[in-house]
Design a protein around this ligand. Structure first.
Ligand code: ZN
Length: 269
């Protein structure tokens, strides 16, 4: 049986987040069938949550230069085909399909705003003060302002491997970041503080389990975690083990760069 708007409203209200602002990450297909698809899911989120933020990232704008700064977790000169296909960032560019149809449906809702970072923009409803915190140099600043306002992260049918807020916390803990480049109508823009890889982030789950609220909506497990407790858990974990939350893919350039950085410093991870 397909899910209707009222099923989604009921489920989301069971999280009991009240008027707390939220950042959402969502997979539409994880719910099973939804009447009206992503628009229905976006309508439910917009109805239940007072202030709503979602990633609206646009990886199609990214360029890989032939040369660049060292120790940057990138193979320069690669991705020539991708460079040829790169698109100029515009405020109306659709959210990358990797981020999902629900954030795109939020972006298209009446009254939605979108920040202007050419790769890591956010969209939101009634979230001006959070979105306004973003700069080119501090792409994840909105997550800090959400945390300060008692915000939560809501994972709808997805796990912590897409939890962007963990990037904010790992930077707080001193983890290094990278530089990337994006195509814009003003030319190629250098984007500092680009995050590392998130493929290993599910390892934080046991550390936040007792603060996590979970409801089942259709086939999707929906989890909500208070950002304050998430940030504490990530910083504590990285203090204990600076190489925690990295992925296990031996070819992963960004995770390898972080491991190599520790070896060079003579640290004993
Ligand atoms: Zn990795």
């Amino acid at each position: 049986m397909s899910l209707r708007l009222r099923d989604l409203l009921l489920g989301l209200r069971q999280l009991g987040l009240g008027e707390a602002p939220v950042i959402v990450h969502a997979s539409l297909s994880a719910f099973g069938e939804v009447d009206g698809g992503a628009e229905t899911a976006a309508a439910a989120l917009a109805t239940v949550f007072h202030s709503l933020v979602a990633p609206a990232f646009t990886y199609k704008t990214m360029l890989t230069p032939r040369v660049g700064p060292p120790e940057n977790g990138i193979i320069y000169g690669m991705g020539k085909d991708q460079n040829r296909m790169a698109e100029f960032f515009t405020p109306h560019m659709p959210v990358d399909p990797l981020i999902g149809a629900i954030p795109e449906a939020i972006r298209r809702r009446a009254g939605a705003e979108r920040t202007s970072h050419p790769i890591l923009s956010f969209t939101g409803l009634r979230a001006e003060k959070f979105l306004a915190a973003q700069t080119l140099a501090e792409p994840f600043a909105p997550l800090g302002t959400l945390e300060a306002a008692g915000g939560w992260v809501v994972l709808l049918g997805v796990n912590h491997t897409v939890n962007t807020s963990i990037h904010y916390a790992e930077k707080l803990a001193g983890r290094r970041t990278f530089t990337r480049w994006a195509l814009t109508p003003r030319g190629v823009v250098e984007c500092p503080n680009f995050p590392g890889c998130s493929a290993g982030f599910e390892a934080i789950r046991p550390d936040v389990e007792r603060y996590t609220r979970t409801v089942q909506i259709g086939e999707a497990r929906v989890q909500a975690v208070p950002l304050k407790m998430l940030f504490r858990a990530v910083t504590a974990r990285l203090r204990q083990d600076p190489l925690a939350l990295l992925c296990r893919d031996e070819e992963c350039e960004r995770c390898n760069e972080i491991r190599d950085g520790f070896k060079k410093k003579g640290a004993n991870p």
